[in-house]
Write a protein of this length. Structure first.
Length: 109
């Protein structure tokens, strides 16, 4: 069996230096590809974040519009208070009428 021949140019020769430069260039090209891929991924992520923020802003605006149409706490409190007052007045009137009817029944008998 024969030994494999050394296909590398002799050290220090221009061909050896050119070969080293080519190897370094290929390594740099690989690094550039990796960095380009990372840049693209980061750009997509940033774009997605911008879209998410825009979507959240739109949703908040729609919620604010919906909330603007809802009655306020003071209005609800006023309605409840008036309802209680009205109910108490009606109960009082009914009690007065029933009291008068009972008194009339006792008077007649």
């Amino acid at each position: 069996m024969s030994e494999p021949e050394n296909t590398q140019p002799p050290r220090g020769s221009a061909a050896h230096e050119l070969n080293a430069v080519n190897i370094a260039l290929r390594a740099l090209e690989g690094t550039v590809r990796v960095l380009d891929n990372q840049r693209e991924a980061m750009t997509k992520t940033a774009d997605e974040m911008r879209l998410d923020v825009r979507d959240m802003r739109d949703r908040m605006a729609r919620l604010e519009t919906k909330v603007d149409g809802l009655p306020t706490k003071d209005w609800i409190g006023g309605v409840v208070s008036k309802s209680i007052t009205t109910t108490a007045t009606i109960v009082g009137v009914i009690a007065t009428i029933l009291g008068g009817v009972v008194a009339l029944i006792h008077y007649v008998h």
